[in-house]
Design a protein around this ligand. Structure first.
Ligand code: CO8
Length: 256
């Protein structure tokens, strides 16, 4: 892959978006590579948690490639938006938790990639915005939908209609990120969170995340049905037997 670096260690699949000359901005090629890198980590038995970050210390992702969008027709824009939405759906649908380690600018499509992840950790220098309206466009990779689901409608309208940049502390205050840490501790924090998750049953972790994502927009009744099904299906797995037996036998479970 030209724009994506991959490292797999201790069941953590680290995906680094690496297009340093353009602040890791995403053109079609980078979108396709990120989509396929996430799919491959989902299929990899040696990966239990995925971390997505950007190369360098300035940018996570500075958005979709504005130069590529400059001359797009409406049909091409539809296709570009669809590619980005597919990529963010691949991230959101991953049964393995995806952590965004946000090491700098997360603007436009970069913020939308972070929004599609399950957990967001920001370095102190991270900056966030949905600045699309300043370019005469709108977020097209899920920002108008995922941002209000995460931080509420009022704050989302202020950020999307205003296009202003906010810093990591403000992002923490409004619930856009889970943690803010000094830049040199970002990857340690992401890895330590990944290791906490990796102690648990992988099928159970996947099922829990599916329940949260799939149930979120449903009525409580329908969402509880989703939980019921996921809960009972885990009783067909070795994992449920191992987890409960380990408790009874007063030992640590061996899930992997
Ligand atoms: N696209 C293309 N190139 C970019 C982008 C980008 N989004 N961001 C930065 N670059 C390039 C710059 O053009 C520059 O290249 P060059 O040296 O060839 O001129 C290089 O990266 C370095 O950038 P700067 O010199 O500007 O670095 P600064 O440190 O001065 O500024 C910023 C960094 C603040 C990140 C600044 O580059 C910036 O504002 N970038 C644009 C941010 C932005 O508006 N992002 C939103 C894009 S729109 C979007 O993401 C929509 C997603 C949905 C699409 C739907 C499809 C239809």
């Amino acid at each position: 892959m030209k724009y994506i670096d991959i490292e797999v260690n201790d069941y953590i699949g680290l995906i680094t978006i690496n297009r340093a000359e353009a602040m890791n901005a995403m053109n079609s090629e980078v979108i396709g590579e990120l989509n396929s890198a996430v799919k491959k980590r989902v299929d990899d038995d040696k990966v239990g948690v995925i971390i997505i970050t950007g190369a360098g210390e300035k940018a996570f992702v500075a958005g979709a490639d504005i130069k590529a969008m400059q001359q797009m027709s409406s049909r091409q824009a539809l296709e570009f938006s669809r590619e980005g939405q597919e990529m963010t759906m691949t991230i959101e649908n991953s049964p393995k938790p995806v952590i965004a380690a946000i090491n700098g600018f997360a603007l436009g499509g970069g913020c939308e990639i972070a929004l599609a992840c399950d957990i967001r950790i920001a370095a102190e220098n991270a900056k966030f915005s949905q600045p699309e309206v300043a370019l005469g466009i709108i977020p097209g990779w899920g920002g108008t939908q995922r941002l209000p689901r995460l931080i509420g409608k009022g704050r989302s309208i202020e950020l999307i209609a205003g296009g202003q940049m906010i810093d990591a502390e403000e992002a923490l205050r409004i619930g856009l990120v889970n943690h803010v840490v000094p830049q040199d501790q970002l990857m340690d924090k992401a890895r330590s969170l990944a290791q906490t998750i990796l102690r648990n049953g992988p099928a159970a972790v996947g099922a829990a995340i599916r329940c949260i994502h799939k149930g979120f927009d449903q009525t409580l009744e329908n969402a509880l049905d989703i939980e019921l099904n996921e809960f009972s299906e885990l009783f067909e797995t070795d994992e449920q037997r191992e987890g409960t037996t380990a408790f009874v036998e007063k030992r640590k479970p061996n899930f992997r």
